[in-house]
Design a protein around this ligand. Structure first.
Ligand code: DGL
Length: 273
């Protein structure tokens, strides 16, 4: 384990979705260096089995360790649902997922105790948000709804397309009938559809994007381990981006999402790890 506070933080997702988490880390921990990996060759994770997602997660963690990261954020709900417990036991560095941050906020925010969760098929099938929420408050009722087409639509850049709206209306219709007052965006791609989801659900439903709280959780995790980076001279170490495919497309996307100028993304062979 790298115990040097100057070392970077590794952040990974199946594709571009984790950039919504990286964005919050950049805003709230501006001195920290980041190495991001997007598994663009193997996205989506949401329709794959636990074993496969666990194998992918292990490979990515081995790659990030080679980059000498001091901590890792699994910026993907599907990989957090399927792999977090296992990899925490297998690797000795601090590893954070994105599930508990969102559930803590949702449990606090709900007034009528009716909480919706949208995510990939894998995440919703695992019922992990429901398990966490029930531990926080056994009286809440949780309604999960997989929205499998959202990820390819986001990866395609169709965030403001009439087709995406029609699909959102169909997916979210049944949640609207459940009278939920809080909705967890349980997939890191979904904040990129936030405006649309809010319009479809109505203003009275509070949308929870776990990215912000995850960045705060990361801050305390680093502090607890004596790993907070001091100083502000991160400029000499630009954020670094790696993918398993389509590096240029990723660079283009990253520049629309991040408050940072991404000049290049490197493609690596993740199957080697
Ligand atoms: N962004 C990911 C998540 O949070 C996964 C999307 C996918 O690859 O299916 O679940």
């Amino acid at each position: 384990m790298n115990t040097d506070p100057n070392a970077p933080i590794g952040v990974f997702d199946s594709g571009i979705g984790g950039l919504t988490v990286a964005r919050e880390i950049m805003r709230n921990l501006p001195a920290e260096k980041i190495v991001y990996f997007g598994d663009t060759a193997r996205v989506p994770y949401g329709s794959k089995s636990r074993e496969t997602v666990l194998r992918f997660s292990r490979q990515i963690i081995r790659f990030l360790l080679e980059q000498e990261v001091k901590a890792i954020v699994i910026a993907c709900n599907t990989a957090s649902s399927f792999a977090l417990d296992a990899v925490r036991q297998e690797f000795s560095l601090p590893i954070l997922g994105v599930i508990d941050a969102g559930t803590i906020v949702a449990a606090k925010e709900t007034r009528n105790g009716r909480i919706g969760v949208i995510g990939t098929e894998g995440t919703i099938r695992s019922r992990i948000h429901e398990i966490f929420l029930k531990k926080l408050n056994p009286n809440v009722t949780v309604y999960g709804r997989p929205c499998p087409l959202f990820v390819p639509l986001v990866e395609e850049g169709w965030t403001h397309d009439p087709i995406t709206r029609e699909i959102a209306v169909r997916y979210l219709g049944e949640l609207k009938e459940k009278d939920i007052d809080t909705l967890i965006l349980g997939c890191t791609h979904y904040p990129l559809l936030r405006t649309l989801i809010q319009e479809v659900m109505g203003e009275h439903v509070r949308l929870v994007n776990p990215a912000y709280e995850t960045s705060l959780e990361l801050k305390s995790l680093l502090a607890d381990n004596g790993l907070i980076r001091q100083g502000t001279d991160r400029e000499e170490f630009p954020y670094r981006f790696f993918v398993s495919d389509l590096a240029e497309k990723f660079t283009m996307f990253a520049n629309t999402i991040l408050p940072y100028d991404v000049s290049m993304t490197q493609k690596i062979d993740i199957e080697k790890y």
